[in-house]
Design a protein around this ligand. Structure first.
Ligand SMILES: [Zn+2]
Length: 463
């Protein structure tokens, strides 16, 4: 049976399309997860009708970098990485990560996904590289369960680390895998979950964690494997590892990636705050994107990306929360505003900051391009009905409604959005997940965190 929905009389629809249209007092008709009509007084026969007369409608945000498994190591000031180098922080935090088990993966992923959906994210990529003796190879399977329960469109990055500490990595032995084991599991996950068709709900990405913590052949074989399977590649780049790469290979990370073919339109990188201006041009030439994660950059005091210059050079930018061990939240609306504030802070020396709306487009269309999802990212005929509604008839938004495009990044939204729709289905509305008992899940998640993780937190974690 067809799933018909009509959003009636939306106060404003910020389309994020190529001409940046805003539609006022307009209906959106949705059939089987796709937008099939936009206009006034559309016929509502057989439709579930949603009143949009008090709401601004936006395309769903797309998260292009995260580590869901870190959600249960939040709020730990004793391993707070602003007080140490990234590599020192990795050394500390991995000692906790190795205790993560399959249930922790499930409940921490549910927690992160719920936070994302409540704040307007409709499609998320997660970089899952936490494979311990306790998790086995099931983490992505557990995450798929969680995504299916909440209705999230989900791209799972199957990560790995292969280089032992004795050879210069920061990875405990309990979390090492072999390249063969990694690629065999990638193959299994692709045949089980990867749906390459437009509008697919699940995809797999080959995502070895970071070049300094794996053998070079892990990356080289990943490139060949991903190209054979026609899936995307992802890793961390330009987040403090360059001196180690120069020491080990005599070249910076991007140069090393170029030499092994780990670049192209099917590749994107997290962070990039260490990239030099000439490396921006190389990235643009290769068509490789950067997932900008403002929260860890702010908390760690790292260089602020020169987004105006990157945009001028044609680097594909998107937005990410990053892992909760370096963000403590999976609220992508919060990251969107943080990105704007960071850019505004540096605008005087940067030839003008991007507008709040430009950052919204990075978080929507930019994410869609990065993940290879041209059917997502804007509200247009034939595109996916992935969107969210903000009820703007609230006191805290009085006096801001003259500019719907810039509202989210400039003013910000306090609290969750009012409705999130993914593939034409309402997955969050009026403060509830339909068909899911949130309080029960939260209670169980807290029990798992207290029993399995808290005993391994460093002493003095509560001050
Ligand atoms: Zn990361």
């Amino acid at each position: 049976m067809e799933n018909l929905v009509l959003i009636r009389n939306a106060k404003a629809i910020v389309t994020c399309d190529a001409t940046d249209r805003i539609l006022h007092d307009t209906d959106i008709k949705i059939e089987d997860g796709k937008i099939t009509d936009m206009g006034r007084n559309l016929v509502s026969d057989g439709c579930e009708v949603i009143d949009g007369s008090h709401a601004f409608v936006y395309p769903g945000l797309i998260n292009t970098h995260h580590h869901f498994f870190q959600t249960f190591v939040r709020n730990l000031m004793t391993v707070d990485y602003p007080n140490m180098l990234v590599v020192e922080w990795l050394d500390n935090i991995y000692r906790i990560f190795k205790e993560i088990d399959s249930d922790v993966i499930y409940y921490s992923s549910l927690t992160a996904m719920a936070d994302l959906i409540k704040h307007g994210c409709t499609c998320a990529f997660d970089h899952q590289y936490c494979y311990t003796r306790k998790t086995g190879v099931q983490p992505v399977d557990r995450q798929m369960e969680a995504a299916n329960l909440l209705g999230l469109r989900y791209h799972a990055g199957r990560g790995c680390n292969t280089l032992p500490r004795s050879k210069g990595s920061t990875i405990p032995d309990e979390m090492l895998e072999t390249t063969d084991g990694f690629l065999t599991d990638c193959d299994r996950l692709i045949s089980t979950y990867h749906d390459p068709k437009p509008f697919g709900m699940t995809r797999i990405v080959v995502a070895p964690c970071q070049p300094i913590n794996s053998y070079d052949h892990t990356f080289i074989e990943s490139v060949a494997f991903a190209r054979e399977k026609h899936v995307h590649l992802h890793t961390h780049l330009g987040e403090g590892e360059n001196p180690i790469m120069v020491d080990r290979y005599g070249k910076r990370t991007l140069h090393w990636c170029e030499d092994i073919g780990f670049v192209g339109p099917d590749v994107w990188f997290a962070h990039g705050w260490e990239l030099a201006p000439e490396e921006h041009a190389s990235l643009a030439a290769h068509g490789s994107g950067i997932s900008h994660c403002p929260a860890p950059a702010t908390l760690g005091g790292f260089p602020i990306l020169d987004i105006p210059s990157m945009l001028r050079k044609g680097v594909g930018l998107s937005l990410g929360c990053d892992g909760s061990a370096t963000n403590d939240s999976s609220n992508l609306l919060d990251s969107l505003r943080m990105a704007y504030v960071m850019q505004a802070f540096h605008s005087k020396s940067r030839n003008g900051a991007p507008s709040p709306y430009e950052l919204l487009k990075i978080a929507t269309m930019g994410g869609a391009r990065t993940l290879g999802r041209e059917e997502l990212g804007s509200l247009e005929l034939g595109k996916a009905a992935d969107l969210f509604l903000i009820d703007v008839e609230k006191l805290e938004l009085c006096g801001t409604l003259h500019d719907p495009r810039n509202l989210l990044a400039r003013v910000g939204v306090s609290g969750p959005v009012d409705l999130t729709m993914i593939a034409g289905k309402v997955v969050w509305s009026h403060g509830q997940f339909p068909h899911v008992d949130e309080h029960l899940l939260a209670k169980e998640g807290n029990r798992i965190c207290t029993e399995r993780m808290a005993p391994h937190f460093p002493m003095g974690s509560i001050v």
